[in-house]
Ligand binder design. Structure first.
Ligand SMILES: [Cu+2]
Length: 503
């Protein structure tokens, strides 16, 4: 998917966030027509098997996934109990034209099924043993447990040392596990949109200034970071697309932060986000009485997912889906405010495209499963394990160690239990903590209870601070060797990853 560089010329200079509501209403669409939101192809199960062939390719000097002859990452749709059979062909060049965190790039690749509670053993979600060099093929066969929660997950490349380069180039795609309507029946009737937000490097782009202007990045920096802005965001491969929604229409948006190393603080101008699920976990799953929660904006760490019901802005209002400034700390990368997409009413000749698509998804008529857990006793015990993030000019560390492929597991965890972990950040920048195969309840930040504790697979850890989490290790399918790491993938590539044995 080529980056659209269509201009969005505007007649004003002030960022929209600073305008009054009246001014917003008076601001007609001064923007040139940008691209519509691209809708990637969807691959569904036949007889409970989702079967596809995915290629890793380098197109115009940039790594990408290719599917069905096009450079696009399909949305994979499956139900609990299905099997993902993916033939993954490494067609990357033997000699890479690119630069990696650890050079030279070997153009080695594999797949990670982010957030899914599946086996870490080959031929499933094994990022340690399954690696394809250029010309090699991997055969994945991933069994999705029958009791798997519904939600938005994603697949991305995960070769240690070059995952940042490949993910930043765009080697990522969405996975939808069907059945969210079991928890929030309204979503069955709503138009669904899958939004894959990726970072795009403008570090060496001759049009960097114009691109920054196009997405309305304020001239003044927003955090304590010293460096200049090097990345912007695309949505489904397009820079600042138009998303059509009628006034007061409700839609179900499923958003993944697929960027390699940038945070999103999502806001829909003038509207609220009605959260249905976070990181692929329906809010109701652990709290049967709480099906949604409303917020004005939401911090989404790299790799995080937000599934929310949104409402179309009133007639005549200009509204945008934007990310607000995230202060990543004095040693962090600039993560400024910018517009991700323009939210516009459907044009008359396109009215038909706004209908809920027929047979958008297989409706799951089973009763919802719930898993309320009494976490209070678990919070009272001392941490079973502490993860400490540090960094220096030579690399990035967990508990003083850099990842080594031949190292033993840093820790083990017994299946069938819950564990209390504390994640400590001793550096001067944010780090998002991620662990494979499982979800955890993030319930305290810097020792203070979090207002809305959430079950996540990736959580932000504040600068010089900590997060306390309860890990759910109860599902026996996770048995095997997995990893936990920082999801700023250049940090992971430079050592901030460790193994854990689930036994
Ligand atoms: Cu990090």
């Amino acid at each position: 998917m080529e980056l659209s560089t269509t201009n969005h010329k505007t007649t004003k200079c002030a960022p929209i966030a600073l305008l009054t509501a009246a001014q917003i209403l008076l601001t007609t669409f001064a923007f040139a027509q940008s691209g519509s939101l691209a809708e990637p192809p969807q691959v569904r199960a036949k007889n409970h098997v989702v079967s596809l062939t995915l290629h890793a390719v380098n197109e115009n000097g940039r790594d990408a996934f290719a599917f069905d002859g096009a450079s696009v990452a399909p949305v994979i749709r499956a139900s609990p109990g299905d099997i993902l059979k993916i033939t993954y062909v490494n067609d990357l060049p033997a000699k890479s034209p690119e630069t990696c965190a650890v050079n030279p790039c070997m153009d080695m690749t594999n797949l990670h099924f982010h957030g899914m509670t599946v086996s870490p053993n080959a031929p499933q979600d094994d990022v340690l043993g399954m690696l394809a060099m250029p010309g090699q093929i991997l055969h994945y066969s991933v069994k999705i447990p029958r009791g798997h929660p519904p939600g938005l997950f994603w697949y991305h490349t995960h070769p240690h040392g070059e995952s940042h380069r490949q993910a930043l180039d765009g080697m990522s795609g969405a996975i939808v596990i069907e059945g969210m309507e079991r928890y929030v029946p309204e979503v069955r009737r709503l138009r669904e949109r899958v939004l894959v937000v990726r970072g795009r490097s403008i570090e060496h782009d001759p049009n960097a200034a114009e691109l920054k202007h196009d997405v309305e990045i304020p001239a003044k920096g927003c955090g304590g970071e010293a460096e200049k802005v090097e990345e912007i965001f695309t949505v489904n491969g397009t820079l600042r697309p138009r998303i059509e929604i009628a006034p007061d229409e409700r839609q179900f948006w499923r958003i993944v932060n697929a960027s390699a190393d940038r945070y999103l603080d999502l806001q829909l101008d003038g509207q609220t986000l009605e959260i249905v699920a976070l990181d692929g976990m329906p809010l109701a799953y652990h709290q049967p009485k709480v099906s949604t929660r409303t917020t004005n904006h939401l911090l989404l760490a790299p790799a995080g997912r937000l599934e929310a019901i949104v409402t179309g802005p009133p007639p005549g209002a200009h509204s945008a889906l934007r990310t607000l400034c995230v202060d990543t700390g004095p040693d962090g990368d600039p993560n400024p405010e910018m517009v991700l997409a323009d939210v516009v009413p459907p044009t008359s000749d396109r009215a038909t495209s706004n209908r809920a698509p027929e047979q958008a998804h297989a409706v799951d008529h089973r009763r919802p499963a719930y898993k309320p857990i009494d976490v209070e006793p678990l919070k009272k015990v001392a941490p079973d394990f502490t993860v400490t993030f540090t960094e220096d000019k030579n690399g990035f560390y967990i508990n003083g160690r850099k990842f080594a492929a031949d190292a033993p597991p840093m820790t083990t965890a017994r299946i069938g239990t819950y564990q209390h972990w504390r994640i400590v950040n001793q550096s001067r920048e944010l780090h998002p903590f991620h662990i494979h195969q499982i979800h955890f309840l993030a319930y305290a930040e810097n020792g203070v209870p979090i207002a809305h504790p959430a079950w996540l697979d990736t959580v932000n850890v504040p600068v010089r601070g900590s997060v306390d989490v309860i890990l759910d290790l109860t599902n026996p399918v996770i048995k095997g060797m997995a990893v936990f790491h920082c999801h700023l993938l250049n940090h992971e590539d430079k050592g901030m990853m460790a193994k854990i044995l689930f036994k």
